[in-house]
Design a protein around this ligand. Structure first.
Ligand code: S3P
Length: 445
């Protein structure tokens, strides 16, 4: 589906961003691991998280989807059922990388995970190595890609130093640790999103944090109290960027998750001079794991920007929003550089390549580097055509670029936005309504 996003006069009003994708995945997975019923309000209903619910069902969970969320009764920590055929993770890298942690310890049962073309290009050797070190039996195509097969075995705890700052890998090891004999420690030199740690603490697991490490011991069962998923800061970020870039804009985005391990983009935007107000969580100095997810409204208005440099230590805190940093950089005064972000190359697309080629086709002065990009701000963007390359965040990047551009942007393959934000066009239209010169046109199905 090709959709054209015209230059907007302004965006004004209020918005509730869709529920957090990372937290929804984790809630459904932990729900599938509990033997007692779990209630998850404001669960994200998008392609990625529907794949997680379908996987939970295939593994023996009962799942009821309601208007307000999901109620499920899982298979129990050691009770995952061998499914009939392969588990289809669709496009969901988080599901592909986290679920095997639980399955690796289901003694005597076999599982295969597979997904779409994009998922088959995303490496899983990063979880195979630590799980094998715990005693797991796994096989993958070229020992690196899906389909990934797992034969459940008795596991033992390990100390693992994460070679890449990846919340998915960390989470996978933590789920395996619930079933492993002895203590597991995961060492991370840079903090990455900690939703799994918080949810495990909430579910009663003996999880603690010390300087740069997370320790977890096995449990008999998990019990997850009812929870409400906050709005997704990664989805809200598209509208934050739109309001910053389109003159005359002012938006209030309600109930967004502002976990300190996710707020990097808002802090980068603030540093660039953007008017962004929110009650952001500060990292806890004593390292305690808070079981709750903090929530805030975000008030954002149009304003001028200056270029900035994003260094490697900030990258995990803003990893999915770095394409938007590139877009802000196009409109900023001076140079904007992102370094230490080689992980972008193994996202839903090679996001260094697709962002740089995509924005350049719209008139941006942007160069790729091995581990990031460098943009010369010109204060404007011409517009043109951008291919989403099967990447939901690239599709929405193109949409926001169109609103802020001189000539508008046609996004090819816009339907992929459904992976995380099925209501994107409706939400955008509600903020544009009232002035007819800005519009969203379906060019072709
Ligand atoms: C995610 C972690 C990040 C992020 C992805 C979601 C998660 O990936 O890019 O969109 O839910 O844990 P990595 O952990 O591989 O950096």
């Amino acid at each position: 589906m090709n959709v054209r996003f015209d230059p907007a006069r302004n965006l004004r009003g209020q918005l509730r961003a869709p529920a957090d994708k990372s937290i929804s995945h984790r809630a459904a997975l932990l729900g599938a691991m509990c033997a007692e019923p779990v209630r998850i309000d404001n669960f994200l209903k998008a392609a990625d998280t529907k794949a997680t619910l379908a996987s939970a069902r295939a593994l023996g969970a009962l799942v009821e989807v309601h208007l307000s969320g999901v109620v499920m009764r899982g298979a129990g920590l050691r009770g995952a059922r061998s499914p009939q055929g392969p588990i289809d993770v669709g496009n969901a890298g988080t599901l592909l990388r986290i679920l095997p942690g639980w399955l690796a310890g289901q003694e005597g049962r076999c599982f295969t995970l597979d997904g779409d073309q994009s998922i088959r290009r995303r490496p899983v050797d990063r979880i195979i190595a630590p799980l094998r070190a715990m005693g797991a039996e796994l096989q993958a195509r070229e020992d690196r890609f899906a389909p990934l097969s797992i034969r459940g075995r008795a596991l033992h705890g390990i100390e693992y130093d994460l070679p890449v700052a990846s919340a998915q890998v960390k989470s996978c090891i933590l789920l395996a640790a619930l079933l492993a004999e002895g203590r597991t420690s995961v060492l991370e030199s840079l903090p990455s999103r900690d939703h799994t740690e918080r949810m495990l603490a909430r579910a009663g697991a003996p999880i603690t944090r010390r300087d740069g490490a997370i320790d977890l011991c096995p449990v008999d069962e998990l019990e997850l109290p009812a929870l409400t998923v906050p709005g997704d800061i990664s989805s809200a970020a598209f509208f934050v960027a739109a309001a910053i870039l389109v003159p005359g804009s002012r938006l209030l985005i309600r109930d967004v998750g502002v976990n300190s391990t996710r707020c990097g983009f808002l802090q980068i935007a603030q540093r660039m001079g953007a008017i962004v107000l929110a009650d952001l969580e500060r990292p806890d100095a004593d390292g305690a794991i808070a079981p709750e997810e903090p929530v805030s409204d975000i008030d954002v208005a149009h304003g001028a920007l200056e270029g900035t440099t994003v260094e490697g230590h900030e990258v995990p805190l803003a990893i999915d929003e770095l394409p938007l940093v590139a877009l802000l950089g196009c409109f900023a005064e001076g140079e904007t550089t992102v370094r230490g972000a080689g992980e972008l190359r193994v996202k839903e697309s090679d996001r260094i390549d697709t962002v740089v080629r995509g924005l350049r086709a719209l008139g941006a002065q942007i160069e790729a580097t091995a581990d990031g990009f460098c943009v010369q701000g010109t204060g404007a963007l011409r517009g043109g055509v951008l291919d989403a390359h099967g990447d939901h965040r690239l599709a929405m990047l193109g949409a926001i670029a169109g609103l802020a551009s001189r000539d508008g942007v046609e996004v090819r393959g816009f339907e992929v936005a459904d992976v995380s934000y099925p209501r994107f066009r409706e939400d955008l239209a509600s903020l544009l309504s009232g002035h007819g010169d800005a519009d969203i046109h379906l060019v072709s199905q």
